[in-house]
Design a protein around this ligand. Structure first.
Ligand code: SF4
Ligand code: SF4
Length: 341
């Protein structure tokens, strides 16, 4: 099949995401990391991360996102944030349940740029039902307040699913009332525990589009969403390393690719892995014509294209213009996907 779009791959990454730990204090049904309560002994120590980050800064990285798991579940992440923050825009994705005033002040003082806090529902019943931990919404909201008091910008993220789709407007209003600047409504990815619960938590594309279209963000709140046309293919600039030091390009590719061990191989060697180069080049079977010319969407997200079609160059079925009848509630078995080259 002939491919469309694409551009010469970058020589160096601009952004890197660190999956600091695969552990967490919550048990979310939507967890892509399939977190355990205790970090594995194989997870990289902070000192290894600071060395790796220096390699990234030398390569030209200007933005570092630290996520997990729950990064603050491993307190040594503070050393890594303190190392990264003077050298790059440093962001933290967290459930905020471990953030009190002292922690928020510490994060601010070591230079954290902003925090992205996951909420899974506007009501405690929905949120706590999805996290599996009673009281977790109250603790996340307390964490958001502490972050705001410390002067840190906060974005709330919500992974849309069958349990919370009717609470999204209320969630926007809740976030606004808490002084949050932006809410990102995120599409679900069939990864980790979310994959195992896909049959009960997933929605059709139409259901998701209807829920998004109905949203009316309060004045002053920025609404972000990860469906077409807002979802540009970002593979071209991304780097990610998981908790064990594997180069995986993007955290949403965590179950599909492995470009090498960055503790034994220079990162820029893994950057030249043939599949990594191919995804960065962005040539795809089909791309929305309007957006390809203006936003370089390159066919949407490669993770969901692969998850549903088993082909790296396939159209992203979460993109209404490219869905072509794919029922997003019906997920091909993981074993049916061809191995990554
Ligand atoms: S808070 Fe995040 S990292 Fe923790 S279990 Fe939930 S989804 Fe996973
Ligand atoms: S896999 Fe999807 S989310 Fe990840 S970098 Fe590629 S397009 Fe972006």
């Amino acid at each position: 099949m002939s491919l469309v779009g694409g551009s010469p791959p970058l020589h160096r990454p601009m952004k890197v995401t660190i999956g600091y730990t695969q552990s967490c204090n919550l048990d979310c049904r939507v967890c892509y990391a399939d977190c355990t309560r205790t970090p594995s002994a194989r997870e990289l120590p902070a000192a290894t991360w600071t060395g790796l980050l220096d390699e990234f800064f030398e390569a030209g990285v200007i933005s570092v996102m630290i996520e997990g798991g729950e990064p603050l579940h491993r307190p040594d992440v503070l050393e890594v944030i303190a190392h990264a923050a003077p050298r790059a825009m440093t962001r933290l994705r967290t459930n905020a349940t471990l953030v009190d005033d002292a922690m928020a002040a510490r994060l601010k003082s070591i230079g954290l740029g902003d925090a992205m806090v996951d909420l899974l529902g506007a009501t405690a019943a929905t949120h706590d039902g999805l996290t599996g931990v009673p009281g977790s919404q109250a603790r996340s909201l307390a964490g958001i307040r502490a972050l705001r008091r410390a002067g840190l910008p906060v974005t709330v993220l919500v992974i849309m699913n069958r349990e919370n789709r009717r609470e999204l407007q209320a969630l926007l209003e809740l976030a606004h009332a808490e002084g949050v600047e932006a809410v990102g409504v995120l599409r679900p990815y069939p990864l980790g525990r979310m994959r195992r619960d896909w049959a009960t938590l997933s929605l059709s594309l139409e259901e998701m589009m209807t829920a998004i279209a109905a949203l009316r963000p309060p004045q002053g709140l920025r609404l972000m969403q990860s469906w077409h046309p807002n979802d540009a293919n970002c593979c071209w600039q991304m780097a990610a390393v998981n908790a064990y030091g594997r180069s995986i390009g993007c955290m949403y590719l965590r179950e599909y690719v492995d470009y090498g061990d960055v503790t034994t191989t220079p990162f820029l060697e893994t950057w030249e892995h043939p599949l990594y180069r191919r995804l960065r080049a962005g040539q795809v079977e089909a791309s929305c014509a309007g957006c390809a010319s203006t936003q370089h969407t390159h066919g949407g997200c490669r993770s969901t294209a692969y998850a549903f079609h088993g082909r790296w160059d396939a159209p992203d079925p979460f993109d209404a213009g490219l869905n072509d009848g794919t029922d997003l509630r019906v997920l091909p078995a993981r074993e049916a996907l061809p191995d990554a080259p």
